[in-house]
Design a protein around this ligand. Structure first.
Ligand code: GLU
Length: 293
């Protein structure tokens, strides 16, 4: 029996950038159900690294809605904003491996570059979320030029040189998936993400970097989350490899869709847990609605 099977640790990791909706409820309750089935623990993590989008006051509403729902977490809550030193040291390890470069182009400069290219009928590569890959300019800058721009105080993000990072792999990269769509060993293709951001001038770590650092720090063995993060797992597996972190088992669950058939958004009122509660729905109703009764 492996370590993962003996001490299963699950986690629910919402971001306080809106109120919880049915999609969150499904994820939280599924984590709890799977943890109970394996007599494991389920942790709660507040993913508040992006200060531009997260609102600290929403955290209280997250606890309130989760308690109402009947989601009980083990141990203390881990708040990402309290662990910036952990992300900085992971970033330093990647920098020491020569895999990080400062990226100076602004979002609108990237946009202009992409539109000009596409206006001439060519296709610019995009990541699985539809965002254009970062242009090559900065990756190809000389060290002297880079130092000069940094000395001038030019704002920049830090990006992973994806092609170089992938070259560090000795064999292929994959993960163990137990989700509903793709069960078994899944081949990871991090190259389709291009040079992902690992830190920005206004957010000291990215989602990708903090999630792998946290999952390892919290001893998470089972990552149960929405299918919208299925493809991002390729980046997470790569970072785990580069940072020597253990590999969790992944389970990507179906997304709860709104009445219009689209993914739920945090601004949508009708499927918010608070609105459902105010409309007289009970936690048992929610469970039934989600097929988790
Ligand atoms: N914080 C992410 C979200 O709210 C979830 C991240 C994860 O489960 O890996 O969508």
């Amino acid at each position: 029996m492996s370590m993962n099977e003996r001490h299963p640790v699950f986690r629910f990791a919402p971001s306080p950038n809106g109120l919880l909706h049915l999609g969150h409820a499904y994820s939280a309750l599924l984590n709890q159900k799977m943890a109970r089935e394996k007599t494991g623990r389920v942790l709660l993590r507040i993913e508040d690294i992006d200060r531009t989008r997260c609102r600290p006051e929403l955290e209280e509403f997250i606890y309130r809605d989760l308690v109402w729902l009947g989601f009980r977490w083990d141990g203390t809550v881990r708040r990402q904003s309290e662990h910036l030193a952990d992300y900085a040291s992971a970033l330093q390890r990647l920098t020491d491996q020569g895999l990080i470069y400062p990226a100076f182009l602004t979002r609108s400069e990237v946009k202009q570059r992409v539109s000009a290219w596409e206006a001439s009928g060519r296709i610019w590569p995009r990541d699985p979320d539809g965002a254009p890959h970062y242009p090559e300019d900065d990756r190809e800058r000389s060290e002297a030029e880079r130092r000069q721009l940094l000395a001038l105080g030019k704002r920049h993000a830090l990006r992973l040189d994806m092609a170089k990072a992938v070259r560090k792999l000795s064999g292929g990269l994959n993960w163990r998936e137990t989700g509903e769509s793709d069960t078994g060993i899944v081949e990871a293709d991090p190259l389709e993400w291009g040079d992902v951001i690992l830190s920005r001038s206004d957010a000291p770590s990215s989602y990708h970097l903090s999630v792998v650092v946290d999952d390892a720090a919290q001893g998470v063995t089972h990552v149960v989350r929405g299918l919208d993060l299925f493809k991002a797992t390729a980046v997470h597996r790569l970072l785990q490899h580069l940072l020597d972190l253990p590999e969790p088992i992944y389970h990507h669950h179906r997304l709860i869709l709104g009445p219009d058939g689209r993914k739920l958004s945090k601004s949508e009122q009708s499927t918010g847990l608070e609105s459902l509660r105010e409309a007289g729905q009970s936690p048992a109703d929610i469970r039934r609605l989600l097929g988790l009764a």
